[in-house]
Ligand binder design. Structure first.
Ligand SMILES: C[S@@+](CC[C@H](N)C(=O)[O-])C[C@H]1O[C@@H](n2cnc3c(N)ncnc32)[C@H](O)[C@@H]1O
Length: 323
């Protein structure tokens, strides 16, 4: 329930042509101010002013990412309800709406092309690594199975890349957050999540080596093929632990120890796989415990890598439940 003047304020914020168009665009997924400016073909200060009014009224949420800002529909509250109610009633055949949609699709295609240019640079390593992996599908199914059919409140995917884990695990969480340091990877992730209609996940630019604990508290943290890029995976684990709520869990997918030195010299790997012993040690220091580990040997005979899936739990909770 709200006071009359508060309600009038929310209605006034939504009751304007450009602002209604913005709400309709944001109902379809997160957008940067830059995207929205291009789609609406209006000046950036003008679009920012409209967005600020919508945010002040609780209709949308702003998330700053370095020099850029992203907007999304507010996830809850009176403004969120009104925004969803209104946008569901806009005729999809309205000519202005159709034009906005078309420009939205074009903007996404441009981002995909930019990201593709980035991937083109690393394409060699991705292709090579794929032949060294076990089939991704087996690992992905195992990660989902590890959550045992539950749907947790908050799942955070560290080093989310193109957002594949957020997509695969979408049935297992109510809210998903992916963090990555690459704008190009995040552009692909945003498109992927929008295309697969995963509206309960968002991705953010961020350094996972210096995590803001306010991102949590998370029930589950996922770290998929990321730790080997860090000199000190234990430090990363301690960071991840800070995001967890009591009783939370961490799922890690990474390579078992290997001797492919060229992955270090040519593909930016720092660690040549992670051993069970190392993982036990890092986990203990971070206040975690390894609950289980599964191995997925390579199905390529030549120079194959084994992929491991570790399931870690909060040590305090496991000790209490064993007592
Ligand atoms: C090999 S990709 C894995 C992506 C994704 N987890 C997956 O398995 O599909 C590693 C990702 O870690 C990200 N990354 C590396 N260092 C990072 C850092 N310090 N902060 C945030 N992301 C980082 C990279 O940008 C990249 O997207």
């Amino acid at each position: 329930m709200s006071g009359l003047s508060e309600l009038v304020g929310v209605l006034k914020a939504a009751g304007e042509d450009t602002r209604l168009r913005l709400l309709a665009l944001l109902a379809d997924g997160d957008h940067s101010v830059k995207d929205l400016t291009e789609i609406l073909d209006q000046s950036q200060p003008r679009v920012s002013r409209h967005l600020k009014l919508l945010a002040d009224a609780g209709l949308v949420q702003r998330h700053a990412e370095g020099a850029w800002a992203y907007y999304r529909l507010a996830p809850d509250g009176q403004g969120a309800n009104l925004a969803r109610w209104l946008t569901a009633r806009i005729d999809p055949n309205d000519p202005e709406r159709q034009r906005d949609r078309m420009r939205q699709t074009e903007a996404r295609a441009e981002q995909q092309a930019l990201a593709a240019a980035y991937f083109a640079k690393v394409a060699k390593s991705w292709d090579l690594l794929k032949t060294l992996h076990v089939p991704e599908a087996a690992v992905e199914a195992a990660v989902l199975a590890e959550l045992g059919g539950r749907s947790v409140d908050l799942l955070v995917d560290l080093g989310t890349g193109t957002g594949r884990m957020l997509e695969v695990l979408a049935p297992a969480y109510m809210r998903g957050v992916g963090i990555d340091a690459s704008r190009e990877m995040l552009a692909v992730a945003r498109s992927r999540l929008a295309a697969s209609k995963v509206s309960h996940a968002q991705v953010r630019l961020g350094d996972i080596a210096a995590l803001d604990p306010a991102i949590g508290p998370a029930d589950v943290v996922v770290i998929h093929q990321v730790l080997h890029y860090f000199d000190d995976p234990g430090r990363m684990l301690a960071q991840a632990r800070r995001l967890l709520k009591s009783g939370g869990e961490i799922l890690i997918v990474d390579f078992a120890p290997h001797d492919l030195e060229f992955l270090r010299s040519e593909h930016a790997h720092r660690r040549l796989g992670l051993s069970q012993e190392q993982m036990n040690g890092w986990a203990a220091i971070a206040g975690l415990e390894v609950l289980s580990m599964r191995e997925f040997p390579s199905d390529t005979k030549d120079r194959g890598l084994t992929v491991c899936l570790w399931h870690l739990g909060d040590r305090n909770t496991t000790e209490q439940s064993n007592a």
